[in-house]
Design a protein around this ligand. Sequence first.
Ligand code: SF4
Length: 78
Amino acid sequence: MPSDCTNYSTCPLTNNPGFISEPGEKDHYTGKYCRAGYKNWSRCKRYMIKLKYHFCPDFVMPDTPESADEILDKFEET
Ligand code: SF4
């Protein structure tokens, strides 16, 4: 059985109802990243940003294409 992401129990995407408003999108991300083994959840942009900066802005999704630097710039602009 594939392992769950080490952030699974604390990540807002998996724990906060309403974090994703689009129906089915949470299940899509959970199946493709969060519960799909190290190879997949370690590629999640939310995982990578949290590892690097110890937090992750809410606007970042697992497949957000921007780099960590671009995400930080965007966060600082808000
Ligand atoms: S894979 Fe990404 S979205 Fe899923 S629990 Fe881990 S950090 Fe959160």
